[in-house]
Design a protein around this ligand. Structure first.
Ligand code: SF4
Length: 908
C-alpha cells in the first residue's frame, strides 16, 4: 500500500489464522493527530477513507488532520474528499450514466485515443428495479405478464446494459426480476468490510464498505453501519472515474433512542414518527447518527427502515453503528462465517465496534426519542413528513378536503365529501376488478405493498400476511375499485411468505406479486380501470392511494390520484379492506364478517408475538445464498437479449431509448469561462417545494406533451410510450420532458397547471419556449421558493435544465443533491437573501435580467448582483448569494460541467 503518510498501517487478526492490514484509526489518535475516539462513528469511517487515500494529490495530509479534528459544534467549512469503495445504481439513473460513459468512450475514440481509458475504478453494481410497471395485478400470472411487458418495453435499454457488462471490467448488472437495489444491497451486495486486490508483493488492506448510489434511498445501507448516500448520476460518474465525492464537513445530529416500541406499533410507524421529528429539527445536509439502548435493541431490518427515509427527513445519512446485531444480520443473510469473523475483528481493531451510549461521543446536536411514545400513524396526503395519528386520519382528511389549496387542502365544498358518489359496474380481465363498486371522495383506488423501505423488513411484510390471513378467515373482501398489488424487494420475501403459508391470504385479497421492483413506489402504478379513471376525472374526485412507500408528492403515485398516504404494509391491507381513507379505524368497523358481525382493525391486527413466531421459521441463510447466485441462469428473458460487443457503443440513430447525448459536442481540451449574464429571461417562476419530479418527471408521458408529440412523430404508439424514467437514455425526450410534470405551477401563467410558460406574450410549453429563446441565444433563468429540487436525486433534473438553456436558478433554498447537480451541469445555483422571494420582488415573468459579479475567479459562496429590468422601464438591483459551495464546483461550472471536467482530466 503506497499511502501511509501517518504510519498507521497495522495488522489485525482476520479470524482465520491469517493477518490482514488496515489503516488504524487508534494509531492515528496515538500519533496525536486528533481526538478520534470521541468522533461520531460515521465521521470516523469517512476519516478512514481520507487517511487511506491520502496521496498528497487527490487527498492531502491537511484533509486528514482537518477531519480528525472535527469540531462538533462548529465543523470546519471545508470540503472532504471522500473516495468511496463502490457505487450502486438503479436502472433509471444507471442507464443515462452508462450512456454518458459510452459517450465519453465515443469522444475519446474520435480524438484518436484508447477508449478503454474510460473504465470505472471502483466496483459498480446496477440493479434493474425501476422499470417494472403494474399493468397486471390480482392474478397468479400478473408477475410473469408484467415481466414480459417490461422486457418488451425496455429491450433497447437492456441491450445497452448488456453492452456495458461486457465493455467495462468493473460493471455488474443484477437483471430485472431479482429485486430492489437497496434491498439487494442490504441482503447481498454489501460486504461491510472490503479488501484491496491481493498482489504477490503486498498483503491486502482491509477497509470499510462505503458507497454512493444514484438513488436517494441508498441510505438504507446505513442500517448495516455502511456509510453511503445518494448522489446525482453525474457525481457518481465522477466517483467511479476516480474522483473523490466532495462534501462539506457536516454537522452530526446524535439521536439517543431509548425504550421499545409498544404493542401494535410497526417499524413504519417509527420511521414516519422520526421523519416528522427530524424534519422539524432541520437536519437537512447533516449526518444523523442513532445510538443509545433503543438503537442497540433494534434489529438491522428496523434500523434499515429508519435509515432508508433519511432523504425524507432531509439528512445526508441516518446512520447506525456496528455491533453484534450487524454481524448477526450478515450471518443470517448468507454471508460466510469467515467473512463475518473478519468483519467483526476489523471493526473491533478500529475501535468502531458497538453502539455508543449517551456521553460517549460529542455530537453537534443532541436529540432524544423514547420509542415507547410512538403511536401508529400514516403520512400524507402530499408530503412524507406530514404524519397523522391513525385515529385522526378521518378528521384530518375531512378538514383538508375543504381547506383552500394554498393552505395545503383540496378546496372542495365540504358537503361533497359524503354526497358525491359514482356507482360503477366493473368488468375487467384483472380478476379482482369485477362487480359493483361505489367511488367517492376518499375512496382508496390503489393499495400497494411496495418500496424497499418496508419490503426489506420481514416484520412488517409478515405482519401484512398475518393481517390478510385473519381478514380472509373473517370473510372480509377488498372493494373491486381498489387496485391492489404486492411488489417485494427481493425473492426472499416470496420465499418466506410461501414458507409461512401467508401468500395465499394476500393472494385472496388481490395482493398477488406483480414484480420484484419499485412498482408503485416510483410511480409505476400502471393505469386504473378506464371506468374508474373516467369517474375520477369527470367528477374531479379526491381519490386516495395507500402505499408502504416513502414518497407521495403530487402526481408521483398516479396522475389522477390526489391524496396519497404512506403507511405500514399491514395498514395498506387494512385500508384496502376498508376501501376509504375517511374512516376512524379505532371506532368504525373495517368491514362485515361472513357471520354478519362487524370486524374492527383490532380484531385482525397481528400481535408482536405472532409476528415473532412466524419470523423465527421464515428466514434461513441458505435461501439468501440460493436466490443470490447466478442471476442470468435464473432469468431466461435476460439471456434472450442480444448485447452488442466492442469497446465503443454503436449508437442507433433510430432508437427512441438510447441516443448519444450532446454533452461533449464540440469538446476541446480547454475549459470555458464563467462570465456575466446579460439580457436573461425567466423560463419559470415557481413556489416552494418544487421537487425533482416536478422538474424531470419519472412517470407517464402525456400524448399532447412535447415528448409525447416527439414520440408520436417517431412512430411510437401511445401504449409504447413507457415512462420518462425509462427514457433517460434519450436526451431528446428528457429535454422535452423537463418541467413537464402535470402538477407543476408556473406563476408566470397564473391559474395553470403543467409545464407551460410565456414567450413574448404567448403561452406555450416550456420546451417550445426554450427552443425559441435558443434561436435568439437568450440566456434563461428559473426562480423558485424554498427547498428547490427536493425529492429523489435525479440528474436529469439538472441535465434537462442545462439543455433547455437555463444558465442560473435562483431559489430561496436548495435541496443538497440537486444544488450540486446544477453545478455539475454548469448551471449556477443562486440564493435569495433571507426574506426575499420572487413574490416580494413582484416578478411576473415580463422582466429581463443581468447577472454581474461572475468570473473565473469567483469564490465559493460569494455575492453576485442581479439587475431586474422591468417592463415599465424601471430597474432594481439585488444581491444574491452564489451557491457554488466549493472550489471544485467552481471548476465544474467553468468547464461547463463535471463530465467535460473529468474527461479533460483523464485525457490530460
Ligand atoms: S423507488 Fe421506492 S422502492 Fe425503488 S429504490 Fe426508491 S424508495 Fe426503494
Amino acid at each position: 500500500m503506497k499511502n501511509d503518510a501517518f504510519k498507521t498501517l497495522k495488522n489485525f487478526d482476520l479470524g482465520n489464522g491469517k493477518q490482514g492490514n488496515f489503516h488504524s484509526l487508534p494509531a492515528l489518535e496515538k500519533a496525536g493527530v486528533g481526538p478520534i475516539s470521541k468522533l461520531p462513528i460515521s465521521i470516523r469511517i469517512v476519516l478512514e477513507s481520507v487517511l487511506r487515500n491520502c496521496d498528497g494529490k487527490r487527498v492531502r495530509e491537511e484533509d486528514v488532520k482537518l477531519l480528525a479534528n472535527w469540531n462538533a459544534k462548529a465543523p470546519a467549512q471545508v470540503e472532504i474528499p471522500f473516495v468511496v469503495a463502490r457505487v450502486v445504481l438503479q436502472d433509471f439513473t444507471g442507464v443515462p450514466l452508462l450512456v454518458d460513459l459510452a459517450a465519453m468512450r465515443s469522444t475519446v475514440s474520435r480524438l484518436g485515443r484508447d477508449p478503454k481509458m474510460i473504465e470505472p475504478l471502483v466496483p459498480v453494481d446496477l440493479v434493474v428495479d425501476h422499470s417494472v410497471q403494474v399493468d397486471f395485478f390480482g392474478s397468479g400470472d400478473a408477475l410473469q405478464k408484467n415481466l414480459d411487458l417490461e422486457f418488451k418495453r425496455n429491450r433497447e435499454r437492456y441491450e445497452l446494459l448488456k453492452w456495458g457488462q461486457q465493455a467495462f471490467k468493473t460493471f455488474g448488472v443484477v437483471p430485472p426480476g431479482i429485486g430492489i437495489v437497496h434491498q439487494v444491497n442490504l441482503e447481498y451486495l454489501a460486504k461491510g468490510v472490503l479488501q484491496s486486490p491481493v498482489s504477490s508483493q503486498q498483503s491486502p488492506v482491509f477497509y470499510p464498505d462505503t458507497l454512493v448510489g444514484t438513488d436517494s434511498h441508498t441510505t438504507m445501507i446505513n442500517g448495516l453501519g455502511v456509510v453511503g448516500w445518494g448522489v446525482g448520476g453525474i457525481e457518481a460518474e465522477a466517483g467511479m472515474l476516480g474522483q473523490p465525492v466532495y462534501f462539506l464537513t457536516p454537522e452530526v445530529v446524535g439521536v439517543n433512542l431509548t425504550g421499545a416500541v409498544a404493542e401494535g406499533v410497526t417499524a413504519t410507524d417509527v420511521v414516519l414518527h422520526i421523519t416528522q421529528m427530524l424534519r422539524k429539527a432541520k437536519v437537512v445536509g447533516k449526518f444523523v447518527e442513532f445510538y443509545g439502548p433503543g438503537a442497540k435493541a433494534l434489529a438491522v431490518v428496523d434500523r434499515a427502515t429508519i435509515a432508508n427515509m433519511a432523504p425524507e427527513y432531509g439528512a445526508t445519512m441516518g446512520f447506525f453503528p456496528i455491533d453484534e446485531e450487524t454481524v448477526a444480520y450478515l450471518r443470517g443473510t448468507g454471508r460466510s462465517d469467515e467473512h463475518c469473523k473478519t468483519f467483526e475483528n476489523y471493526y473491533k481493531a478500529q475501535g468502531l465496534w458497538g453502539v455508543p451510549a449517551k456521553g460517549d461521543i460529542a455530537y453537534s446536536v443532541d436529540l432524544d426519542l423514547d420509542l415507547s411514545t410512538v403511536v401508529p400513524g400514516v403520512a400524507g396526503p402530499k408530503r412524507p413528513q406530514d404524519r397523522i395519528n391513525l385515529n385522526d386520519l378521518k378528521s384530518t382528511f375531512a378538514s383538508l378536503f375543504s381547506k383552500t389549496v394554498p393552505d395545503g387542502g383540496y378546496g372542495k365544498p365540504a358537503d361533497d365529501l359524503a354526497s358525491k358518489k359514482v356507482e360503477l359496474s366493473l368488468t375487467s380481465e384483472n380478476p379482482t376488478q369485477n362487480g359493483a363498486a361505489t367511488i367517492r371522495n376518499g375512496s382508496v383506488l390503489i393499495a400497494a405493498i411496495t418500496s424497499c423501505t418496508n419490503t426489506s423488513n420481514p416484520s412488517v411484510m409478515l405482519g401484512a400476511g398475518l393481517l390478510a390471513k385473519k381478514a380472509v378467515e373473517r370473510g372480509l373482501k377488498v372493494n373491486p375499485a381498489v387496485k391492489s398489488s404486492l411488489g417485494p424487494g427481493s425473492r426472499v420475501v416470496t420465499d418466506y411468505l410461501n414458507k409461512t403459508g401467508l401468500s395465499q391470504y394476500l393472494d385472496t385479497l388481490g395482493f398477488q406479486t406483480v414484480g420484484y421492483g419499485c412498482t408503485t413506489c416510483i410511480g409505476n402504478s400502471g393505469p386504473l380501470h378506464p371506468a374508474i379513471e373516467e369517474a375520477v376525472t369527470k367528477n374531479d374526485l379526491v381519490a386516495a392511494s395507500v402505499l408502504s412507500g416513502n414518497r407521495n408528492f403530487e402526481a408521483r403515485v398516479h396522475q389522477n390520484i390526489k391524496a396519497n398516504f404512506l403507511m405500514s404494509p399491514p395498514l395498506v391491507v387494512a385500508f384496502a379492506l376498508a376501501g376509504r381513507v375517511d374512516i376512524d379505524l379505532s371506532s368504525e368497523p373495517i368491514g362485515t364478517g361472513k357471520d354478519g358481525a362487524p370486524v374492527f382493525l383490532r380484531d385482525i391486527w397481528p400481535s408482536q408475538k405472532e409476528i415473532r413466531d412466524v419470523m423465527s421459521t421464515a428466514l434461513s441463510p441458505e435461501i439468501f445464498r440460493k436466490l443470490y447466485t447466478d442471476f442470468a441462469s435464473q432469468n431466461p428473458k435476460w439471456n434472450e437479449i442480444p448485447g452488442t460487443v466492442g469497446d465503443v457503443f454503436e449508437w442507433n440513430k433510430q432508437s427512441t431509448y438510447v441516443q448519444e447525448p450532446p454533452f461533449f459536442t464540440g469538446f476541446g481540451m480547454s475549459a470555458g469561462s464563467i462570465g456575466e449574464i446579460k439580457g436573461g429571461r425567466p423560463l419559470g417562476i415557481f413556489g416552494d417545494s418544487v421537487t425533482t419530479d416536478h422538474i424531470s418527471p419519472a412517470g407517464a408521458i402525456k400524448k399532447a406533451s412535447p415528448a409525447g408529440k416527439f414520440l408520436t412523430e417517431a412512430g411510437v404508439a401511445f401504449e409504447d410510450f413507457n415512462s420518462y424514467g425509462s427514457r433517460r437514455g434519450n436526451d431528446r425526450i428528457m429535454t422535452r420532458g423537463t418541467f413537464a410534470n402535470v402538477r407543476i405551477k408556473n406563476l408566470m401563467c397564473p391559474g395553470t397547471e403543467g409545464g407551460v410558460t410565456m414567450h413574448n406574450g404567448t403561452q406555450m410549453p416550456i420546451y417550445d419556449a426554450a427552443m425559441k429563446y435558443a434561436e435568439t441565444k437568450t440566456p434563461l433563468m428559473i426562480f423558485a421558493g424554498q427547498e428547490y429540487g427536493t425529492g429523489s436525486s435525479r440528474d436529469w433534473a439538472a441535465k434537462g435544465t442545462a439543455l433547455l438553456g437555463v444558465k442560473a436558478v435562483v431559489a430561496q433554498s436548495f435541496e443538497r443533491i440537486h444544488r450540486s447537480n446544477l453545478c455539475g451541469m454548469g448551471v449556477l445555483p443562486l440564493q435569495f437573501p433571507e426574506g426575499m422571494t420572487a413574490q416580494t420582488l413582484k416578478l411576473d415573468g415580463t422582466e429581463t435580467f443581468d447577472l454581474l459579479g461572475l468570473s473565473d475567479d469567483i469564490k465559493p459562496m460569494s455575492d453576485v448582483t442581479l439587475i431586474i429590468h422591468r417592463a415599465n422601464g424601471t430597474e432594481e438591483r439585488v444581491t444574491l448569494r452564489s451557491r457554488i459551495d466549493t472550489a471544485i464546483e467552481v471548476e465544474y461550472v467553468r468547464h461547463g460541467g463535471i463530465l467535460p471536467y473529468v474527461l479533460r482530466q483523464l485525457l490530460a
